[in-house]
Each structure stands twice: as C-alpha cells, then as structure tokens.
Design a protein around this ligand. Structure first.
Ligand SMILES: Cc1cc2nc3c(=O)[nH]c(=O)nc-3n(C[C@H](O)[C@H](O)[C@H](O)COP(=O)(O)O)c2cc1C
Length: 177
C-alpha cells in the first residue's frame, strides 16, 4: 500500500467485529507513537494498553459517560494516551502549549500504523477523564494527564464513505503566496 493509499484508508471506524487484536499488533501501534516527533524531543506521552476483560468493560463505560461513543460497546482494545504533568505545566519553550500538538501527531501515526496492519481505529476525545485516570491508575494532580483514548479493533464495515466527500476542497483551504 502506498502512503497516499494508507492516508486515504484510515478512517474513524464506528462498527467493530468481535475479533481480538493481538498484543503484537498493539505493540507495533504503540511503537509508531513512541518514534513520532515531539517538541524538543520531549516525548511526554505514555501509553496504557487496555485489553483485559474487566478493564475493557470499564473503558467502554468511561468513553460513553459524557454521551455518544455507543459503538465502543464492540471495542475490545483501547490505548490511553497520557501526557507528563511536567510537560503540561511548563508548556516548554516560549510558554507555548504543545500538549495537543504532540498528542495529535502521535495519535495519527498510531492510527496509520494500525491501518497498515489491517486494523481499524477511532480517536476518542470524549470520555470521563477522571474515571479513565482512575482506571489506568494515575493521579492527575501528581503525575500525568489523560489526553486521548484510541479504540482499536477490526472493522465490520462493508462500505466506507470516500473521505474526500467529507472534506473541504483544496481551493477552500489552501492559499499559494
Ligand atoms: C482529537 C479527536 C477527538 C475525537 N473524538 C471522537 C469521539 O469522542 N468520538 C468519535 O466517534 N469520534 C471522535 N473523533 C473522530 C472524528 O470525528 C473524525 O476523525 C472526523 O469526523 C473525520 O473522520 P475520519 O476520521 O473518518 O476521517 C475524534 C477525532 C479527533 C482528531
């Protein structure tokens, strides 16, 4: 698959089969995050791979707690991305807040890796943060902050809408100076 094909193939899947993702594949997905660029190579993100039955049940509840994400009832593995408190508080050089940028760059790389492995993903920004922090065992006041949850599984979609149809046109978003 060419890189362009991979970019087009990745989409937010909201319909999963019950096939489980192997630990090997989940490690590859985390590795794609680990080697991603971050501001000043600060590498502030930690990864919590959630696959055990009890924890998956808890995660399903937590990501639906604010409404939506009902499709997560079918998801059997999640990866929680947290960011170091130090990075969050200091905001690095020039007092700029790079937390969202760092997390987003990492999350997209992870989704592309998963897609390349034949898996499907959905980035989840809507969840009960306190409950997720408790589930992964971190104290947000002391150590890390939960940034994003990645749902990972096998797609059960037969037809996937062309992404281009759901995007603004090139002319709308680009200026050549
Ligand atoms: C930071 C972020 C948070 C998101 N949170 C959710 C979410 O909580 N639930 C959901 O179903 N999709 C969520 N999405 C997926 C977006 O809705 C999706 O990426 C967008 O509609 C574009 O569709 P595509 O990913 O299929 O290309 C999130 C995406 C991003 C980047």
């Amino acid at each position: 698959m060419s890189f362009e094909e991979l970019l087009k193939k990745r989409y937010s899947c909201r319909n999963y089969s019950d096939k489980k993702v192997s630990l090997d594949d989940l490690k590859k997905i985390v590795n794609a995050g680990r080697i991603s660029p971050t501001a000043r190579n600060s590498q502030p993100v930690s990864y919590y791979v959630v696959t055990s039955v009890d924890n998956v049940l808890e995660m399903r509840k937590d990501v639906q707690a604010l409404g939506g994400n009902a499709f997560c009832e079918e998801v059997s593995s999640f990866i929680v991305l947290t960011i170091d408190k130090e990075s969050y508080d200091n905001k690095l050089a020039g007092n700029r807040d790079y937390t969202g940028m760092n997390t987003g760059i990492i999350a997209h790389a992870m989704c592309l890796e998963a897609t390349d492995l034949g898996l499907a993903t959905c980035m989840l920004g809507r969840f009960d943060r306190k409950a997720v922090a408790k589930m992964v065992g971190i104290d947000e006041e002391e150590s890390e902050r939960v940034m994003l949850v990645l749902a990972v599984g096998y797609s059960d979609d037969e037809v996937i809408q062309d992404k281009d149809e759901r995007r603004k046109k090139m002319e709308e978003v680009t200026k050549y100076l």
